[in-house]
Design a protein around this ligand. Structure first.
Ligand SMILES: Nc1ncnc2c1ncn2[C@@H]1O[C@H](COP(=O)(O)OP(=O)(O)O)[C@@H](O)[C@H]1O
Ligand SMILES: [Mg+2]
Length: 327
């Protein structure tokens, strides 16, 4: 994995890592990459099933084959004619680098390889069979299970923030559930590194990231913002959407009437939530980011459940495994 990444970085940055990929430098990039790729035999064996697609490309699943576990493979959109290669590759490498950095947490999808077949770039990952969205909208989770799932998600996001990474696209469709019944956060396409190792300063971010209904007011306000606190807002909105079965507003801008109502009387929304959540969700949805709880405070706060080793009943999950909508 390291070899692969350093090959890529060395190829584009002209730096030579200590063990050196430089012996491969005159050779085309994908020849260099093929030294570290282990996903390709699986891909050749099967054509894959479409799992979903979004802004960055399409994701297919490949069933387990021989000693290879089942994989999910994201195929990135191809380079536009005339597009500069560095500009094209930069977000792909950012997504892969950050996803790999975070892969050690059990609540984050494991990312394996980044490779090209000459036409497209592909990123292979651990396959997670359940979409949290399906479990929630199908009414398959009890209230305790919902609290437990959110405790797991909070634990994951707190871990990310501890490593100086913000997700910036937290929403239902970016949370999957593994065979073990534990959450897997996916999709690091908008993620940013906001802190350099051994430094405390947070690098603020500009520009809109993520889905509109989960975006914090400061993200939509066009000013630089702390990406950690934007994640906290998105999680607050996600929790409310899950409990109420609908999201509270379309966008956190004053011309959105529902949001306008919330900004003048937040208690009207908070009163619809179970008592034990009102204080925390109220503090996660503070319009002024300086007043918002941090992930660390949320995880330390005893009123929310602490992350456990799997919240969901696996037998019930297996029985409710929905056929893939693309199959
Ligand atoms: N590792 C995975 N296992 C199972 N399904 C996945 C996996 N990764 C992505 N998906 C499915 O593909 C969809 C799109 O993937 P995602 O990484 O979110 O791409 P995008 O950046 O285009 O939103 C997800 O919402 C999910 O349904
Ligand atoms: Mg996504």
């Amino acid at each position: 994995m390291l070899l692969l990444l350093d090959c890529i970085n060395a190829f584009f940055t002209d730096t030579v890592p200590p063990w050196s990929c430089s012996t491969f430098r005159p050779i085309p990039l994908n020849t260099c990459l093929s030294h570290a790729v282990h996903s390709s035999p699986l891909l050749q064996h099967s054509s894959g099933t479409l799992l979903g697609h979004g802004f960055s490309g399409a994701v297919h699943s490949f069933p387990a084959f021989g000693s290879h576990p089942a994989l999910a493979v994201k195929t990135f959109a191809s380079q536009n004619p005339g597009e500069d290669t560095d500009t094209y590759l930069s977000p792909i490498l950012n997504e892969y680098n950050l996803a790999s950095l975070l892969s050690h947490h059990p609540g984050i999808i494991k990312t394996y390889d980044l490779f090209t077949d000459g036409q497209h770039w592909h990123q292979s990952m651990e396959y997670a069979p359940f979409r949290l969205q399906d479990l929630v909208t199908g009414g398959k989770l009890s209230k305790d299970e919902v609290d437990c799932v959110f405790a797991e998600i909070f634990d994951v996001v707190n871990y990310m923030h501890g490593l100086g990474v913000a997700h910036l696209d937290l929403k239902m469709s970016n949370v999957m559930v593994g065979e073990d019944g534990r959450v897997r956060v996916i999709d690091f396409g908008s993620a940013v590194k906001f802190q350099v190792e051994y430094e405390n300063d947070v690098v603020f971010v500009s520009g809109e990231h993520g889905a509109l209904s989960f975006s914090a007011p400061e993200v939509l306000g066009g000013i630089p913002y702390d990406p950690k606190l934007a994640d906290v807002w998105a999680l607050g909105v996600m929790y409310v959407c899950t409990i109420l079965g609908r999201c509270p507003w379309q966008q956190a801008r004053t011309f959105d009437e529902s949001y306008q109502r919330f900004s003048s009387r937040p208690e009207d929304l908070l009163e619809l939530l179970p008592r034990h959540l009102r204080y925390n969700i109220g503090r996660m949805l503070k319009i002024d980011p300086a007043q918002r709880l941090t992930m660390d405070e949320i995880v330390q706060n005893g009123t929310l459940l602490q992350a456990s080793k799997g919240c969901l009943n696996l037998e019930r999950l297996a029985a409710s495994r929905a056929p893939n909508e693309y199959e």
